[in-house]
Write a protein of this length. Structure first.
Length: 143
């Protein structure tokens, strides 16, 4: 039996969530491993949401939103970029491969790109294997 990763996706309401919808209605094949959570902006993804997803068993987390410069909330995606860089350092410090967290920009018209990103990220997390880190080290690293 092959390992199938559980991936949580925080998707911007205005761009990436619509891109995911376009991929679906266009019947573009993508891995079924992503569980999408619609957020108004990637800038609203609190770092504790990401850490909690890992604590609750996610093998990977994808944050996806509007392209830089196209954010409906002006600078939300720039805030998300800074947070992801910090989160990757926290994850590394907790013994979790930072490659398990990915940020990607996908507009509403990029259904094919959304499917490609999901497929690539799923393959990457599958290659990394199941996340075996305990919940305590990730939570402790966030403090």
């Amino acid at each position: 039996m092959t390992f199938e990763p559980r991936i949580v996706g925080f998707l911007c309401n205005w761009c990436s969530y619509s891109g995911a919808d376009l991929a679906g209605v266009s019947r573009i094949p993508s891995a079924p491993n992503l569980r999408a959570i619609r957020v108004m902006c990637t800038g609203r993804v609190d770092p504790t949401f990401v850490l909690r997803a890992f604590e609750l068993g996610a093998d990977g987390v994808l944050i996806s939103g509007c392209h830089p410069g196209d954010c409906h909330y002006a600078e939300g995606n720039y805030k998300a970029m800074r947070r992801v860089a910090l989160l990757q350092a926290v994850l590394k410090g907790a013994g979790v491969d930072p490659a398990r967290l990915r940020i990607e920009w996908v507009s509403a018209s990029e259904g094919e790109k959304f499917a490609r990103v999901v497929n690539e990220f799923t393959a990457r997390v599958r290659a990394l294997g199941p996340l075996k880190a305990a919940a305590e080290p990730v939570a402790a690293a966030a403090d």
